[in-house]
Design a protein around this ligand. Structure first.
Ligand SMILES: [Zn+2]
Length: 402
């Protein structure tokens, strides 16, 4: 048992953040066993963090572990950037020692940034993905991890045989699904331009039968959209995934910038989820996420760092970008924070376990210290979103572990 005195900042809804000053959080093994206001607390304090804020560990809905080292390598368009930087870098993860070093540094950086749950693409190699699981397991971090699948239109060293990549993905699923409450496998066809319809259909069939998670990219860049139409001869991008059977309530589509109203409706009808990655979208000049239209369509979404096109693993940075990358629609700080915590927990079906600091939930907590004493109950929440760099992350607990 450990008792920590701090000030709790808890997301309640996209409109509301609860501020609870001077609370003692009691942690027993991996969980929060009690939250007691300081005047009522009668035990012994282990840590006095009365000048710090405690937020639920952040959730990153979309990131590429395999691209962690190439953040900031500039090429302002998706397809040339993939060819010039991403594919050569992902090939390096064929080497086991490289993949292990990369995974260790990635998870360590993620924790330092306050993220305790993430949805990850690894390089297209069985061992690179398996190593990522092994290292995540040591850390207490929650993750959905998937091996990127590509069976066409990519460099030879990355191209997989359609049957083999499906077999490897199923092996990884069987190895990691249901074995550890913190980790699960997510089927990961990279995106339509590098995946045959046959492969995507097989993935969808297996995933639907097993109620498994799926992730891919959708409608990020205009050139990409034209390429998809050319390859598959269909009227829009979403129709390709629909034909493959990939539109499920457990499917997370990254970006979704240039969708027609018809496509939005199809995604909504199928209860598909969206990972919104504003930093990446402007790094690659992909375009502006139609946030208001997505909300009006009633599609669930959350924020993703999309490292390496995203420049940072720090999700507070992405809350600010969520606001800044809407040219006229103001995103309130409470909403931005909600989409890196409770909102994304709900999207993943994990709200009874993570997403807010409550008794019975996992002790996934990030502690932030302001440079000076911000009065969080007033405009301090805004300062957390817009001046996140002024708060230092002093500690991240993932399942109660440092
Ligand atoms: Zn991505």
């Amino acid at each position: 048992m450990k008792n920590i005195l701090c000030n709790i900042v808890n997301p309640v809804s996209p409109e509301e953040i609860q501020f609870l000053p001077k609370q003692v959080i009691s942690i027993s093994e991996s969980k929060i066993s009690a939250i007691i206001p300081l005047p009522e607390f009668q035990g012994i304090l282990d840590e006095d963090r009365s000048n710090e804020y405690a937020l639920p560990g952040f959730i990153d809905l979309h990131t590429h572990l395999s691209q962690y080292y190439i953040r900031g390598f500039y090429e302002p368009a998706l397809l040339p950037w993939l060819n010039k930087y991403v594919f050569p870098e992902e090939e390096r993860s064929k080497n086991m020692a490289y993949a292990e070093k990369l995974s260790r540094e990635f998870f360590s950086a993620m924790r330092k940034a306050g993220t305790t749950t993430c949805v990850i693409y690894t390089a297209p190699y069985f061992t690179a993905c398996d190593i990522a699981f092994e290292i995540a397991k040591e850390t207490g971090i929650k993750a959905l991890i998937g091996m990127t699948m590509m069976d066409m239109n990519c460099p030879e060293n990355l191209k997989q045989d359609s049957n083999k990549t499906l077999e490897d993905s199923i092996l990884l699923y069987e190895k990691w699904h249901g074995k550890n409450t913190d980790l699960d496998y997510i089927f990961t066809p990279r995106f339509a331009p590098t995946c045959s319809l046959k492969l995507m259909k097989e993935v969808a069939k297996y995933a639907v039968e097993h109620n498994a998670w799926i992730q891919t990219h959708l409608s990020e860049n205009k050139e990409e959209i034209e390429l998809v139409k050319e390859i598959f001869g269909l009227k829009n991008y979403t129709e390709v995934y629909q034909k493959a059977g990939l539109l499920t309530q457990h499917s997370i589509f990254a970006h979704c910038i240039h969708l027609s109203n018809e496509e939005l409706q199809i995604l909504a009808e199928n209860k598909c989820k969206i990972a919104h990655c504003p930093d990446s979208n402007f790094f690659l000049k992909s375009g502006e996420f139609p946030l208001q239209k997505i909300e009006n369509a009633g599609i669930e979404y959350g924020l993703g760092s999309d490292v390496g096109a995203g420049t940072s693993l720090n999700m507070l940075h992405h809350t600010k970008m969520m606001n800044y990358r809407q040219s006229s629609y103001p995103v309130l700080p409470a909403k931005a924070l909600y989409h890196i915590t409770l909102g994304s927990a709900k999207l993943l079906g994990l709200e009874s376990k993570i997403g807010s600091i409550e008794t019975g939930k996992e002790a996934d907590i990030v502690f932030l210290k302001p440079q000076r004493n911000y009065p969080l109950e007033n405009n301090g929440i805004s300062q957390l979103v817009f001046c996140g760099q002024d708060f230092s992350i002093t500690k991240t607990l993932a399942g109660g572990r440092n």
